[in-house]
Ligand binder design. Structure first.
Ligand SMILES: N[C@@H](CCC(=O)N[C@@H](CS)C(=O)NCC(=O)O)C(=O)O
Length: 138
């Protein structure tokens, strides 16, 4: 009897925590949307060059992950149009991240070099520093 009560209590706690995470996720996404800065403006040729470079990248991320929001805000501000891949709900992207990236951790930047070699970059700060470096070379 006691073990049934303990199991039910744990189940309730699990749903409660899931609910709290859902609420926090919605708050994070809403705050992100209402506090976004204006993207930088570039001349057309430079922006096109950056768009072409951006095609070699894709960002594996979760919608409500604060570290992913940080990187997405950076992309938005720098007008970097990088494909976003949902590694939580899209099972194919999740599997690819685990198998090829090595961990189910986000954000993770997939970088495809000109010679088709692929590297995976984890850590939001490292991703931002790497992209900043790429922008400096344009
Ligand atoms: N220090 C990392 C933290 C990233 C992180 O903790 N991401 C969470 C989602 S919000 C995650 O992927 N957790 C799964 C795991 O660590 O296995 C960063 O700045 O990118």
């Amino acid at each position: 009897m006691l073990s049934i009560i303990v199991a039910l209590t744990r189940e309730k706690e699990r749903y409660f925590m899931k609910f709290i995470r859902w609420i926090l996720g919605k708050i994070i996404i809403s705050l992100d949307l209402v506090t976004r800065s204006t993207p930088v403006k570039r001349d057309i040729a430079t922006q096109e060059e950056i768009n072409a470079i951006s095609k070699q990248f894709s960002l594996y991320q979760f919608n409500a992950c604060p570290f992913c929001v940080k990187v997405r805000r950076y992309l938005h501000h720098k007008a970097l149009y990088i494909e976003l891949r949902d590694a939580k709900n899209n099972l194919e992207h999740k599997q690819t991240l685990i198998e090829e990236g090595g961990r189910h951790k986000v954000p993770c930047l997939r970088i495809e070099q000109k010679n088709s070699q692929v590297t995976w970059l984890y850590e939001s700060n490292d991703i931002i520093a790497y992209l900043d470096e790429q922008l400096r070379s344009v």
